[in-house]
Design a binder for this molecule. Structure first.
Ligand code: NAD
Length: 378
């Protein structure tokens, strides 16, 4: 295929954070794929690697060292594996591996979380929905990640004078918070099928009324070329399992996005197949801070067995090529190779089906690289 090579400088700087458990195992495969892109396509990066999560705690006594955070802040993108494990379960809250991940998201200002739900033809039968409903499904859930009810004040639990206890959380959004995430949604749609569905509960929540108004205003002012619709979150949950292919990009707040992205993800089959991206504000050079990571965790139950599915990690790299470095052709090439290998019948244990060949993490990685060779040799 006639994909243009990159024969210039490295595309940018990437910090690699493999983390714990199966993180380093799936990372070995993404490193091999990155080496392939360097060798065969001239797509290279200035790379640095560091510790995060439990691995960082073992070395430095904290899940994210200041120096590592600084490296992340200085990088164009962070590629992240997974953190956590039973060894760290009894640590105090601020030392837990997951705090390293949350600190990165917060300090990098990653307010937009992209969770694609894409069904590979070969895995149509792994979905809980009927094949005709999910065949060819490719939707993007965009969740606001740093605002809303998970962060709003006032919050807390208090004891009332009558002895009852009262728990409070507050849903808060400002126009700028809504505009910046909606803008990401419209820009994503322009690269996809040109449709955004904005989701809230304007029927019962004032913050939802504001959300709907502001998304519409931004659309009319700057993104009139994109088709915009609005939907209540409860209806969206229903539509996702009734007729998911009606959606292209869904943009929604932190709470609804948390629920709807998990719901959409399950249309696709396994956790081992789900990548994600989190984006921050664009800097003066137009580049956004960004972190790419599989949705799954460190999977302690299968760690060290060489059987983890590396595809979520590889697709996270593909998202990095697409959204941080504008290499859509290379991302398509990698997605295509993954799709071909699945169509050829290879499966890791988590996506195993009758009549297919069960392979290890490394064989899955190697076969995808062979497929990349094949796709570019004609
Ligand atoms: P998990 O995602 O690690 O595992 C859930 C199940 O899915 C397990 O049975 C696991 O074997 C399987 N699985 C996950 N990824 C797989 C892959 N690539 N290939 C094959 N099978 C896969 O979630 P969990 O068990 O709830 O959590 C384990 C640890 O990971 C905990 O410490 C948790 O806090 C942490 N965690 C980290 C992240 C992250 O780093 N982003 C996300 C979720 C959980």
């Amino acid at each position: 295929m006639a994909y243009p090579r990159n024969d210039g400088e490295p595309l940018g700087s990437v910090l690699l954070l493999p983390g714990d458990g199966i993180g380093p195992e799936v990372f070995r495969e993404v490193r091999r794929v990155m080496d392939w892109f360097d060798r065969a396509r001239g797509v290279s990066f200035e790379l640095d690697e560091d510790l995060v999560g439990g691995a960082a705690y073992d070395q430095h006594g904290v899940p994210l060292a200041d120096e590592t955070l600084q490296k992340a802040l200085d990088s164009d993108a962070v590629l992240f594996g997974a953190v956590g494990g039973p060894k760290y379960d009894d640590l105090p809250f601020d030392k837990k591996p997951e705090r390293g991940l949350l600190a990165l998201r917060k300090e990098l200002g990653l307010f937009a979380n992209l969770r694609p739900a894409k069904v590979f033809d070969a895995l149509v039968s792994s979905s809980s929905l009927k094949p005709e409903l999910v065949q060819g499904l490719d939707i993007m859930i965009l969740r606001e990640l740093t605002g809303g009810v998970y962060f709003g004040e006032p919050r807390g639990i208090e004891t009332l004078p009558n002895g009852e206890r009262r728990g409070v959380n507050t849903q808060v959004y400002t126009t700028s918070e809504i505009h910046r995430v909606a803008a990401v949604g419209f820009e994503l749609a322009r690269k996809r099928q040109g449709k955004v569905c904005s989701v809230e509960k304007a029927n019962v929540m004032e913050s939802g009324v504001l959300w709907r108004d502001e998304v519409q205003k931004l659309h009319d002012a700057q993104y009139a070329d994109v088709e915009l619709s609005h939907m209540y979150a409860d209806n969206c949950a229903m539509q996702l399992v009734r007729q998911p292919k009606q959606f292209d990009v869904i943009v929604t707040d932190n709470l609804f996005g948390d629920l709807l992205s998990d719901c959409a993800a399950m249309l696709t089959g396994s956790l081992g197949m789900l990548p994600s991206a989190s984006l921050g504000a664009a800097g003066p050079d137009g580049k956004r801070k960004a972190m790419y990571e599989p949705v799954h965790g460190s999977a302690p139950d299968i760690t060290g067995q060489g059987i983890a599915n590396p595809i979520a990690m590889l697709q996270s790299f593909s998202m990095m090529l697409r959204y941080s470095f504008d290499r859509d052709d290379d991302a398509d090439l990698l997605d295509g190779a993954i799709s071909s290998v699945l169509a050829g019948g290879l499966r890791t244990g988590d996506i195993m089906q009758e009549g297919m060949a069960k392979v290890s993490t490394s064989v899955m990685g190697e076969t995808i690289i062979r497929e990349l060779d094949k796709a570019t040799s004609t």
